[in-house]
Design a protein around this ligand. Sequence first.
Ligand code: ZN
Length: 263
Amino acid sequence: MIRISLRTVAVAATAAAGVLSLTGTASASGTPARPVPTGHKALTRNPLYSAGAFETSRCTEPARRAGDLTTFRAYLDALFGCLRRTWSEEFHRAGLRFSPPRVRYITKGVYTGCTQYMASYLAGQYCPKNTTMWVLLDKEALSDPTGFDLFTVVTHEYGHYAQDRAGILAEFDRQSAKAGGKREADLNRRIELQAECFSGAFVGSVWRSLGRDRLDWDEQLKWVVGDRWHGTTRNIRYWLKRGWYGRGPQVCDTFSAPASRVA
Ligand SMILES: [Zn+2]
């Protein structure tokens, strides 16, 4: 339930937000970075799709203590470090520039720049307007020191951040603004299912190093509930698994997928 509500709001925010556009300049290593792709090819022929599987495969989860904000922050700091490493390598191989998002941990509802409040059903959100990842660490979130939900909420939202940096969100916004009805919902499902695939790919790539039981992943798949804006339950599971087994964004081109896969 947490995950689904979260996505609904995150998507509304994404669709409404103006997205930064980046220009191609020299990257840190001195190699000229490609300009961020624009137009329909940003969705269907994005350089991220040819960068191969994720390289880094190690990530650990620091122990958390129930009710202890400090340990939860350390847990998330570690996760954001893993995501930054994995995605910056991937962008580098794709020839695209990358820098990590801002991260804000909050303990109660605030205005994020994209939505008015983050209530307890809204565990996390990426807001493109301020390129910030917002994570809610309220009483309820702090009550579960072993769960895997927080991890996958963050990896999903980071998927939206990757879409933003790769020019995918900007083109999505442009096309969504002109679309209506069925086409708008179709585009929304494609952007959401891609974030699921990116999330599955990241989790799959670091899974062994996490030392978790396979059941933790199966649980994530089990609790998926689909809707018109996010895809059927079956398709959400399909893209999560496809990412998991593919270990990288090369298997996540939901924009070229047949309609049945993004229904
Ligand atoms: Zn989402």
